[in-house]
Write a protein of this length. Structure first.
Length: 134
C-alpha cells in the first residue's frame, strides 16, 4: 500500500466547534489540509493548504502539533494517509476555495449524518472529543 504524506488541521472556531471539509467530486468529510510537497515541512504545507482551500492565513508558530496518525485514504484506493496533525484556533471566517466544495462546523457529538474519512472518524474526531472534555 502506498503512503500519502499530509498535514491537516484540527481547526477550532470561536465556539469550540471544529471544521470539516469535503473536496469536489468526493463524498467524505475530513480535516482541512493536504499533501506535503518536496522540500516543505508539514507545518509549511498546512499553512499553504489552509490558505489555498479556505483563505486562511496562519502563522506556523500558532499551529500546535498534536501527533502523527495513519489510516486508509478516503479518496485514493490502495493508499494510506500518514497525517501530521496540528491544532489551529481561528477567529476569522473561512470560505471554501480551490477544490473544497463544502464545509461544515461540527461539535464533538454532531457527526452521525456525515460520511467521514477513516482518519477523521477513527483518530481525529475521538482526539477532538477528548480535548473538548479535558
Amino acid at each position: 500500500m502506498k503512503t500519502i504524506r499530509i498535514a491537516a488541521a484540527l481547526l477550532i472556531g470561536p465556539d469550540a466547534r471544529t471544521l470539516l471539509v469535503r473536496k469536489r467530486g468526493t463524498q467524505a468529510f475530513m480535516q482541512p489540509g493536504g499533501k506535503i510537497d518536496a522540500g516543505e515541512s508539514a507545518v509549511q504545507a498546512l499553512a499553504r493548504e489552509l490558505n489555498e482551500e479556505l483563505g486562511l492565513v496562519i502563522a506556523t508558530e500558532d499551529a500546535g502539533f498534536l501527533g502523527e496518525f495513519s489510516a486508509v485514504a478516503a479518496n485514493e484506493p490502495g493508499h494510506e494517509v500518514n497525517c501530521q496533525l496540528y491544532r489551529v484556533q481561528v477567529e476569522q471566517d473561512v470560505v471554501p476555495a480551490a477544490e473544497i466544495e463544502e464545509i461544515v462546523w461540527v461539535d464533538a457529538g454532531d457527526v452521525g449524518h456525515l460520511k467521514l474519512a477513516p482518519l477523521t472518524r477513527d483518530a481525529i474526531l475521538p482526539l477532538y472529543r477528548t480535548l473538548q472534555t479535558a
